[in-house]
Design a protein around this ligand. Sequence first.
Ligand SMILES: [Zn+2]
Length: 153
Amino acid sequence: MAVAATLAATIPKVSDDIVCKIVRGDLDAAVVTRDEQLVAFLDNRPVFKGHVLISPVRHVHTLLDLPEELMQPLLTLAQRVASALGDALGADGTFVAMNNVVSQSVPHLHLHVVPRAKRDGLRGFFWPRTSYAEGEMADYAARISQALQRQLP
Ligand SMILES: [Zn+2]
């Protein structure tokens, strides 16, 4: 019993989502790089070929759950992958995005780095655009600004 309890305590808590399965080696993926903190692999249904997903190795649900120590490594790797897409594929640019909860197909944080080409035909991307009514933009800005100020210690 004591041994089992000790073992259970040392096994990291994992989830059964696709990213955790890739991390554990239970699911094959086209991994482009991996270290102890992050894994980057190809989306198997790419917007464009070379579409990379970057995830924390540990189970993290959304951006709101991302530990501070992973923030800089995540964006640094996104920058490196974006640069590599230019070098490897001749991408003119990239689209970098993260869905959180809504439209998040896998409940494990994944940052999309999509290679873009000038005149690649992608317009408006994933979502339609709307516009603000008269005075509405200032109201939205004020509400968000106030919420940000309430976060300060
Ligand atoms: Zn997971």
